[in-house]
Ligand binder design. Structure first.
Ligand code: SF4
Length: 464
């Protein structure tokens, strides 16, 4: 089937200003990644193949490594919880907060928390929950959704942010100087850290051998969020496990470079349990919630390679479809190529319409080339397209390909069509026989037809 998809509608509706912001942010990300990776490594491919093999090994023994991590964390005084679904994770976190009497907390950026809409859930249940990552904070003020894994406000420019700060009373006057914006956010957030009673974070990696959680941020906000509070809760997808601390050398080097083109992300935190008796600060209580939420089903599927993902956003930056449509077009937490694979797998049961996402790709392969864990995204997209086809899930305005198949496999029909196609060059799109075909043609510039000139030329060559 070919057809127009919801993502086409988003791409058409996006404002010029928003699209310029997305293109600018994503192309800069791609350039920086390329330079820093090739400057520092003679063979970056070897590094990402190593990362892929470590991840594959871990996923193959995930149950064992999770048990090992749990044991190590408990030995260090943390409490470990397992949540089979997103709802289980939300309820677990709420009951932990209630048991500690928490009504105010700060949260650092966590895709797992985004995935289960933790913020609105906690607020609905009477817990004041403030995003401390600058981008997520602005998203929260605007009641918006993040549109990029690493740069959640890639779709906004500084003028919009300055207007938000003025509207929300974060700033007394309009000023769109980036440094001033950041300073104003800092002043506002610092006070909130001190008022909070708990901090929620995600984790980029959990080392099974020691139970150590590794968190990276560019703003140091997770560090601030944890330092003054008595309770720390980490919500972690079960695929974030890696076997040993020494494996961090591979992943941290790849993550910073792939995500933001930095040799390392600015702040790297290693959390090894709650505060011990001889430590002056840090949370006295640490809870780690390992969340499945569909991941074991993905592990059992023919797309399990997507669980290697370390959420760097490099595939989003390089994707021509993402650049045109922006992250919101993917209608779920994960946008871009990673989202086109992950979202239908994780959320497809509840939102069957996400099955059209794997079609939002030209299959150019750029996403696979930049992926630090060598995920064969185009192959996975094809497997998901096949799955959607067999489940008879089609785009809203899909056009069956079988007429084209008949045409392309009959030499006489093809010749006739080629002869007629020259006349089609000058016909308006509206003459296309069906509306979906009109829509499809309306979004594409087809090459000019030469009416089968190639065949004539080829025939004449064979005679000579
Ligand atoms: S799929 Fe690969 S490139 Fe995309 S976010 Fe995940 S790790 Fe990064």
């Amino acid at each position: 089937m070919i057809g127009t998809q919801l993502i086409d509608e988003y791409a058409r509706a996006i404002s010029d200003e928003k699209q310029a912001a997305v293109i600018d942010g994503s192309s800069k990300g791609t350039e920086h990644r390329y330079h820093v990776l090739h400057k520092d490594y003679q063979d970056p491919d070897a590094l990402r193949k190593l990362a892929a093999s470590i991840k594959d090994h871990t996923l193959h023994h995930l149950g064992d490594y999770l048990a090992k991590a749990e044991q190590a964390l408990v030995a260090r005084g943390a409490k470990v919880h397992f949540a089979a679904t997103g709802e289980d994770a939300r309820q677990t976190i709420l009951s932990i907060l209630q048991s500690h009497g928490v009504t105010r907390l700060t949260k650092s950026k966590s895709m797992a928390a985004e995935e289960i809409h933790l913020n609105p859930f906690l607020i609905e249940n009477g817990v004041e929950c403030l995003e401390s990552d600058l981008g997520e904070f602005i998203i929260q003020l605007d009641n918006d959704e993040p549109s990029h894994i690493v740069k959640p406000i890639i779709h906004k420019n500084r003028r919009e942010i300055a207007r938000t700060f003025l509207r929300e009373g974060i700033a007394a006057d309009y000023n769109d100087d980036p440094e001033t914006i950041t300073r104003r956010a800092r002043v506002h957030l610092r006070a909130k850290y001190m008022e909070a009673q708990a901090g929620i974070t995600g984790a980029n990696f959990v080392c099974a051998d020691t139970g150590r959680l590794t968190l990276v941020t560019n703003e140091g906000n997770s560090r601030f969020g944890m330092a003054p509070v008595p309770v720390h809760i980490a919500l972690v997808g079960i695929e974030k496990i890696i076997p040993r601390e020494q494996d961090l050398a591979v992943f941290l080097n790849l993550l910073g470079r792939s995500a933001t083109g930095q040799q390392l992300t600015v702040y790297t935190e290693f959390i090894h349990g709650p505060r011990s008796a001889n430590q002056p600060d840090g949370p006295e209580h640490m809870h780690v919630v390992f969340m499945d939420n569909g991941r074991t089903d993905v592990l059992a599927s023919n797309c399990k390679e997507i669980l290697r993902c370390i959420r760097c956003g490099a595939c989003q930056n390089v994707c021509p479809v993402y650049r045109q449509a922006s992250g919101h077009a993917y209608r779920s937490t994960y946008g871009g190529p990673v989202g086109a694979v992950l979202s239908p797998l994780l959320f497809g049961d509840r939102f069957p319409e996400l099955a059209d996402l794997p079609k939002a790709s030209s299959l150019c392969g750029a996403c696979n080339e930049v992926c630090p864990v060598d995920i064969p995204i185009p192959d996975l997209l094809l497997r998901l397209r096949d799955k959607a086809h067999h489940a008879h899930i089609h785009s809203p305005a899909a056009i069956p390909m079988s007429p084209f198949g008949t045409l392309a496999t009959s030499p006489s029909l093809w010749r006739t069509a080629m002869t007629m196609s020259k006349a089609m060059n000058h016909l308006p799109i509206q003459v296309a026989p069906i509306k979906p075909l009109q829509d499809w043609l309306g979004q594409r510039t087809l090459p000019e037809s030469h009416g089968g000139d190639f065949r004539k030329w080829y025939k004449s060559r064979r005679k000579t």
